[in-house]
Design a binder for this molecule. Sequence first.
Ligand code: HEM
Length: 505
Amino acid sequence: MWLIFLLVAFIIFVFYRPFKFWIIDPWLIHRDLWAQGIPGRHIPIVGEILNFRKSIQDENPLGYGAALAAKFGDYYHVSFGPTARLDTCDPELINGVLKTNARCYHKAYIMRLVLGVLLGNKNLLMAEDDIHAQHRRLIAPVFQHQNMNSMISLMIDVTKNLMKKWSTAADVARQDNKPLVLNIHEEMANLTLDIVTSCVFGTEIVSDEKMHHTIYRIISESLELMEKRLYNMTAIIPIVNRLPLPSKRCIDKCLREGKSLVRQIVDNRRKGLTKSACKGPDLLDLLLAASSSDKTNKLTDEEVYEEALTFVAAGHETTSTLMTWTLYNLANNPDICRQLEAEVDSVLSQVDEITPATLSLLTYTEAVVKESLRLHQPVPAIVRMAVKDNTLVASDGKEIHIKKGTGIFINFYMLHHSEKYWHEPFKFDPSRFDNKQSDKLILPFSAGPRSCIGQNFAMLEAKIMLALLVRHFRFELEPGQKFTPKIIVTMRPKYGMWMQVSPRT
Ligand code: HEM
C-alpha cells in the first residue's frame, strides 16, 4: 500500500510540475486574456519558436512581428516556448509596464537565460527589486554629465586612431587604383569596444591586444551560443538547460574567463598599477569610489566585477550597431549626408575642436543619431515577466488584467515604425526631431527605473564618432550585398556592412 502511495506521489512529482509549467499555466493565461477580449493565438509547448525560427531562416526576423501586429493589432497574446505573453507596441501599455507598474515586473526568464549566463545576476542589468535599486542608486552618479565630459578627449583620441589607420589603408589602396572597402560593422564593433573598454578600464586593455581580443571573443562567442541554445530550446527546458552540454560548457568557460580578466584589471587598479586614461576618473574609478563611499550599501568585489563587465557588454554592441546603421542610412541618403557634413564642417574648427560647447551646437548630428535610433534601434524589443497580478490600461482605454506569470514582449521596433505615430515611418528623415514632441514616442533606451543608465554616454560617444567620421570620410555601400538584420538582443547586419571608405578632400 505504502509502496503504491509513494509511487503515485513520485509520478505526480515528476510529471505534474512539467505538465503544469508547459501546458496548464500557459493555457490559463491565454484563456483569461481571451475572456477579456484580447485577440491572440496559443500554440502549446513550442509557442511561436518554430514560426520565429522560420522567419529567421527566410531572412525576415522583423517581418514576423509585423505580420502578427497586422493580424491582431497593437496588443495581442501568443506564446514563446511555454511562456504565454502579451506582445505590444501600444505606448500606454509600454508606459504601464516600464513606469507606472514597474514594480510588478521582472526581466523575463528568457533574458536571464541569454544575458544572465554571461554577466551573472548581481549586476544592474540583471538584478531585481531592492538589489537593483541599491545598485542603481550607487551607480547613477557615475554617469552624470560632468563625468561623461571628462571622457570626451579619450573618445576623440580612440576615434582618431582608427581614422589614421583608414587614411593609411586608403593611400595604399589608391596606389593600386582601388577604393578602400571595409566591413563597417566590424570596424565600428572594434571602435566602440576600444572606447568603452578604455573609458571603463583605462587604456591598458586597449593596448594589450590579447586582453582586447579575449573580451571581444567572450562577448560574441557566448551570444552566438545562446542564440543556438534558444532556438533548439536547450536553454529553455528546465533541467536540460543545466546539463553540461558542449554549448553550456563553452558559455561557462567564457564567463569564467571574463570574470577572471576583469578581476585582474580591478585588482591592478586597486593596487595603483594602472590609472584612468580620461581627463578625470574613468568608469572603474567611479565605480570603485561609489561602492566604497556608502559603507552600509557597498558593492562586494564580485558585484564590482560584474558591473564593470556589464558596462562593456551593454555598451559595446549597442553603440556599434547604432553607428553601423547610421552610416548605412547616410549612404542611402546623400542629401542628408551633405547637410550633416555642412553642420559638422561649420561647427568644428580646422582643428576638430570638440568640446561640450561645440557638441551642443551639433543639433542636426543629434537628430541624425536619433532618427537612426528610431529606424534601426539597436535593441528592437525587451521582455518582462509579471511577478504580481496587475492592471494595465491601453491607449484605447481598454483595461487589461495581467496575471502573475504572463510575459510581456515590448516591441520597440513596431512602436517606432507605426503609421499611427510616424509619418512615412520607413523613411530616414532626421527633421522629425526638430519637433520635441517626437521624443515621447521614441524609446531606444527603454524608459522608467530600468531605462539605459548609459544613454548619456552612448549619445555623447555616437555624436563624437559621427562628427569625426563624416568630417574626414565619405561612405558608399558596396553594391550586391544583402542587408539582413540579425537579432540576438541587438539588431546587427547578419552579413556585415561593406562600404567604400574614401577620405574627403
Ligand atoms: C546606443 C546605445 C545603447 C542602447 C540602444 C541601449 C539600450 C538599452 C536598453 C533598451 C536597456 C533596457 C534593457 C531592459 O530593460 O531589458 C538598457 C539597459 C542598460 N544599459 Fe544600455 N544601451 C546603450 C548603450 C549603453 C552603454 C554605453 C552602457 C554603459 C556604458 C549601457 C549600460 C546599460 C545598463 C547597465 C543597463 C541596465 C540598466 C538597469 O536595468 O538599471 N548601455 N540599455
